[in-house]
Design a protein around this ligand. Structure first.
Ligand code: ADP
Ligand code: 5GP
Length: 203
């Protein structure tokens, strides 16, 4: 157990912006950072692994998890439910590890309400045209789903002022580097480092 508690980071972005890609690269470079695996009622996409990308659960199991108070937050998105299991978040933070949640805007707002010291990062695409290209290029949604996600993206972007930081995902290395800067700045906040600095100075 470390003296320093970890920091809770929340990353949101319209679907297709590249948040999974950017966060995957960030975690590859910083394996000490923990990633919160959400529970969802949606079906797995090709290539997704149970327990790594999501815990894929039935609607009944999801309702049971709500009932038992197992979620830090949960929300409906399109036709499925998504929730952040609280136990893993608390364990990582208590062990001094920073924890990243990749969740949509309603969930992000709920986390900020419950944990005001959480740091909220909004990832934006360089343009709506590029967002549509990325969504289509991923090849995991039907044309109808792409249209619905584009419409949702325009509404979601309007919430970026509720976040602490905005990062443009023009290139993955640039977006990762901006998030690294945010994490570095957060670690230097007086409230986070004052005790260890005092210890070092013997005061
Ligand atoms: P999200 O998690 O936000 O829904 P993904 O990470 O699945 O988005 O990315 C959507 C698509 O865009 C993927 O095909 C991914 O390879 C691509 N992508 C992500 N970031 C970039 C970028 N900076 N430049 C070009 N393509 C990107
Ligand atoms: P997808 O179906 O594309 O994996 O995810 C759809 C949306 O749900 C994305 O914006 C994703 O970040 C969000 N999401 C994933 N897990 C959670 C969660 O635990 N809680 C909330 N509120 N949103 C989540």
């Amino acid at each position: 157990m470390s003296d320093r508690k970890g920091t809770l980071y929340v990353v949101s972005a319209p679907s297709g912006t590249g948040k999974d890609t950017v966060v995957r690269e960030l975690l590859r470079l910083h394996p000490e950072t923990a990633f919160s695996v959400s529970a969802t009622t949606r079906a797995p996409r090709e290539g997704e692994t149970e327990g790594k990308d999501y815990y894929f659960v039935t609607r009944e199991r999801f309702a049971e998890m709500i009932e038992r108070g197992e979620f830090l937050e949960y929300a409906e998105y399109t036709t499925a439910s998504y929730g952040t299991p609280a136990a893993a978040v608390d364990a990582a933070l208590a062990a001094g590890r920073d924890m990243i949640l990749v969740i949509e805007i309603n969930g992000a707002n709920n986390v900020k309400r419950k944990r005001p010291d959480a740091v909220l990062v909004f990832l934006v695409p360089p343009s709506f045209e590029e967002l549509e290209r990325r969504l289509r290029g991923r090849g995991t949604e039907t044309e109808e789903q792409i249209a619905a996600r584009m419409e949702k993206a325009r509404a979601e972007i309007l919430h970026m002022d509720e976040y602490d930081y905005i990062v443009k995902n023009d290139t993955v290395p640039h977006a990762v580097s901006d998030i690294e800067s945010i994490m570095a700045a957060e670690r230097l906040k007086a409230a986070k480092c004052i005790e260890s600095v005092k210890g070092g100075l013997g005061i």
